[in-house]
Every structure is written in C-alpha cells, then in structure tokens.
Design a protein around this ligand. Structure first.
Ligand code: FES
Length: 238
C-alpha cells in the first residue's frame, strides 16, 4: 500500500468510525464493477504510453462495451480522491488520478443528463481547457467537461462531480491502472452511477448502425485511444 492509499484508507476508516459513533446512517457505498482488464493502445496498434498523452487534451476510447465511449485525460495537475454520490443516493469514493503526477483520469463520455455522447460525426460533450466562453452559460470553473446539449458542467479533477446544469450525478468513472515499469495504462472497471442500460435502450437502432452487432459486447483485451479531434468530425464547443 503506498502512502496515498494508506492516507485514503485511514480517512475512510476514520469516517466510518465517526459515523458509527455518531449513529449516522450512511447510504451503502457503491462498489467498483470489474469488466475485465483492457490494455489501452495507440492508433498504431502499440501499447499507449502515458507519457505520450498531451495534457488537457480530449482522448477517447471504448470501454467497457464496444459502443460506450470514455474520455481519457491528462489534467496536467494532480486529481485527488473525492467522495461522491449517485442519483440513487449511493456514495462512493473516487480514488483520484493515476500516473506519475496523479493527473490521469477516465470517465464515461455519456452525459448523465440525457445521455449525449461523442460519435464519429458529432460531439456535444468534451473537456474544455480554461473557462467556457459562452456568455449564456458562464463556466463554473476552469478545465471542466462541458455538455453543450443542456450545459451540464463536470469537474474531472473531482471525480467528474456536477458543478452546473441538469445532470443529476457525476459521469461514471472508469478505473485505470498505470504500470510504472512500462508506462502503460489498463482499464479495469467502473465506479459510480452507470447509465449503460439506459444508453443501450435509448440508442439501440443508432448504435447498431454506428457500431454493428457487437455494440453491447464487452471490449476484450485492448482498446484504441484516439484524440477526440481525430475521432470526431465535428466536436461542438460551447
Ligand atoms: S444531455 Fe448533457 S446536459 Fe443534457
């Protein structure tokens, strides 16, 4: 156990003890869900190196299903563990960023409001370096994930918690591991409020056209990471 994990486990333990002593009934924690280990690859078919990621740049890969996109971000600053809650009132402890600077994070790119997601043709949701410039929807901070559909704003440095807009819960976190020896990244599961069932129900026809019959299949072994600007023809900014 490294120092951060030790501190986090102490914090969790102290919190549980305090709750027990005060008689506070906390909602049950939602647990990480494992979908198998998937190695992240670059566009040339080689294992992606974390050092090759450009800071504050949108990258997309698919996990845990062939049709479910994920944002991979190097925030350029450490992302610390954050306690969050789903719309079902389940709490969870997002573990923070990984990598040498603890700056690498990954979140499902399916907006928690009406399930907008990046496709090859169009994306209304993305990370924005600095503040959003739209005067109608002033940014609640810098370096946030914005959904331009109805202007939800998520803070990726705090587990994608909602800072503004109609979304009722953070983006579902995708758990990644960083191998310090190889500098490779592996997706291992999810944590938080999943919306995959709703997503597949809402977009069943569309996904079968976009992705084909394997849309609901879990990704096996490897997933390719691409810059959003290379993956999507029309990334919308707001
Ligand atoms: S779909 Fe993203 S804010 Fe409505």
């Amino acid at each position: 156990m490294d120092r951060r994990e030790f501190v986090e486990s102490c914090a969790l333990g102290a919190g549980s003890l305090a709750a027990a002593l005060s008689g506070t009934a906390w909602a049950a924690d939602t647990k990480p869900r494992s979908y198998g280990r998937v190695l992240l690859m670059d566009e040339h078919g080689r294992p992606l190196k974390a050092a090759s990621l450009r800071a504050q740049t949108n990258y997309v890969f698919h996990y845990p299903f062939e049709a479910t996109p994920v944002f991979l971000l190097d925030l350029g600053k450490p992302a610390t563990a954050t306690r969050l809650v789903t719309r079902e009132k389940q709490t969870y402890q997002w573990p923070g960023g990984v990598g040498p600077q603890r700056s690498l994070v990954a979140f499902s790119a399916i907006c928690a409001h009406k399930l907008v997601y990046p496709t090859k043709e169009l994306s209304f949701i993305s990370f924005r370096k600095g503040a959003a410039v739209n005067p109608q929807t002033p940014s609640k901070g810098n370096d946030l994930i914005h959904c331009c559909a109805d202007h939800s704003q998520y803070d990726p440095a705090r587990g994608a918690q909602v800072l503004d807009g109609p979304a009722e819960q953070p983006l579902c976190a995708v758990l990644i591991e960083h191998d310090v020896t190889t500098d490779q990244l592996t997706a291992t599961g999810t944590l938080g409020g999943e919306l995959f069932d709703d997503f597949f129900k809402k977009y069943e026809m569309k996904l079968s056209l976009e992705v084909g019959p394997n849309a609901k299949q879990t990704v096996a072994r490897q997933s390719t990471v691409r810059e959003l600007d290379r993956y999507c023809r029309n990334p919308v900014r707001c």
